[in-house]
Design a protein around this ligand. Structure first.
Ligand code: CDP
Length: 205
């Protein structure tokens, strides 16, 4: 463990493989990992239970990220709806930035890490894949988790979220100018992880 901070920002659209790559990268380098989508999912889930989005975001605590049921398609849609609200995003900034600068290194994955949360991250990756490939992966994931869903519904869901995430006024989903794009459409997960590790090693010098 080093006492210095080193931030790796991994952004990209829904179900592109950010989560799997981020976890593997964090384990490889011994860095801490924050799935920032969980922050928005936790707020979305509270809103589904009747809370006000801004108040829910302001009152969010780390334990809220550990509750069951945050990975459902319903919560994902609710997350992307609260994520367009500027005050919701603002309420979550400090938590993400202090995580990013912790000693020993951090990997954050999300939509706006390289562009807004950590514009001076040492490494910025943008992980993407075609909507069909992403929907297929998410479909299998949801099915493994025991959810009933069909491919067409998952594809429509992924596209609706992409659309909302890319076209919002606050922190829209897009690659940072200095991000390195990894398209995982034709890559196995092992190859995608290896590509990410390769880029990071190069940046570490
Ligand atoms: O895992 P998946 O890619 O499907 O979604 P997620 O990363 O858990 O994010 C859920 C939703 O939260 C996204 O569709 C975004 O609307 C929002 N989000 C965001 O706006 N900014 C982030 N840094 C992370 C997630």
């Amino acid at each position: 463990m080093t006492s210095q901070s080193f931030t790796i920002a991994i952004d990209g659209p829904a179900a592109a493989g950010k989560g799997t790559i981020s976890k593997a990268v964090a384990a490889h380098f011994g860095f801490a990992h924050l799935d920032t989508g969980l922050l928005y999912r936790a707020v979305g889930s509270k809103v589904l239970m009747g809370e006000q989005p801004i108040r829910a975001a302001q009152a969010l605590v780390a334990e809220d990220l550990e509750v069951d049921g945050l990975r459902t398609a319903e919560v994902a849609q609710a997350a992307s709806k609260v994520a367009v609200i500027g005050d919701v995003r603002q309420a979550l900034v400090d938590f993400q930035r202090s995580f990013a600068r912790r000693a020993g290194g951090a990997v954050l994955d999300g939509r706006d890490i390289g562009t807004v949360i950590c514009p001076s991250a040492e490494v910025k990756l943008f992980v993407t894949a075609s909507a069909e490939v992403r929907a297929e992966r998410r479909y299998l994931e949801l099915r493994e988790g025991g959810s009933e869903s069909d491919f067409e519904t998952v594809l429509a869901d992924v596209k609706a979220r992409d659309e909302r995430d890319m076209n919002r006024a606050e922190a829209p989903l897009k690659p940072a100018e200095d991000a390195i794009v990894i398209d995982t459409s034709d890559l196995s997960i092992e190859a995608a992880i290896a590509a990410a590790i390769g880029v990071i090693k190069e940046k570490q010098g």
